[in-house]
Design a binder for this molecule. Structure first.
Ligand SMILES: [Zn+2]
Length: 246
């Protein structure tokens, strides 16, 4: 009787690993690491507008404010082995000028992926948005070590720590805006998704003001995900706008 449990779980683990590798065989280290992503999607290796990049040599311009009109939402979390995804209920919008995007979710990277001149960050949060025509807008929040983030205090006890684990907590509600800085100044450039398929045409908005998380909060996220940052990519001829909001 005793051996059926372990053998059963071993079989399940093998089946899961096989189906996962057939679908998306990439990771952040080893033979499936970033240097091999071009074999999954050629734009990862050959694209000219890849992300992340360094924010430097920017052009100051007057740009529209990022207007976040987000709802308070219950959290729906999934550990997908590379990050923890927080899916957001429909109906939360980001407006930039006359363009409107819907927030679909957010996720974390440790360490941060973008850099601001010589400064790197221990963590970065990406907020994924999509317009009705499919255009992607990604808002990045850089995280530095400091005092504890109160929204994270509520969420962290419920994080799905095991690979492929999901965590649905209708009783724990958050507003994604609580992970963003107060100041609205940002950098803007055109880039890509920072993981396969590395799709280009992503509108990046990177808040200049970092937010603070405690050392422990950053360590918890890093302990679950490990290192999940793509190396810096060539800027090529792209402009980086330094937005002074109207
Ligand atoms: Zn990301």
């Amino acid at each position: 009787m005793n051996w059926t449990g372990p053998v059963g779980s071993l079989f399940m683990a093998t089946a899961l690993a096989t189906s996962a590798s057939a679908q998306d065989n990439w990771s952040y280290s080893g033979s499936n690491g970033p240097n091999s992503w071009g074999s999954i999607s050629s734009v990862c290796a050959n694209g000219s507008m890849q992300s992340p990049i360094i924010m430097e040599g920017t052009e100051a311009v007057l740009l529209n404010r990022l207007e976040t009109n987000y709802n308070v939402s219950p959290v729906d979390m999934k550990n997908d082995r590379r990050t923890i995804r927080f899916d957001y209920a429909p109906g939360s919008m980001l407006r930039v000028g006359d363009k409107t995007f819907e927030l679909t979710g957010f996720h974390f990277h440790t360490p941060g992926e973008h850099r601001v001149m010589a400064q790197s960050f221990p963590m970065e949060i990406h907020f994924d948005h999509r317009a009705a025509d499919g255009t992607q807008a990604r808002v990045a929040v850089l995280v530095k070590e400091g005092s504890a983030n109160m929204a994270a205090e509520e969420l962290w006890p419920h994080l799905p720590i095991e690979p492929d684990q999901t965590s649905r907590r209708p009783d724990v509600k958050i507003n994604a805006r609580d992970f963003m800085p107060h100041s609205g100044t940002y950098y803007r450039y055109m880039g890509s998704e920072t993981h396969p398929p590395c799709t280009e045409g992503v509108n990046w908005y990177i808040f200049k003001e970092p937010v603070e998380f405690s050392k422990e909060q950053i360590a918890v996220m890093n302990g679950i995900m490990g290192e999940n940052a793509r190396p810096l990519q060539p800027r090529n001829n792209r402009m980086i706008l330094d937005a002074l909001p109207n």
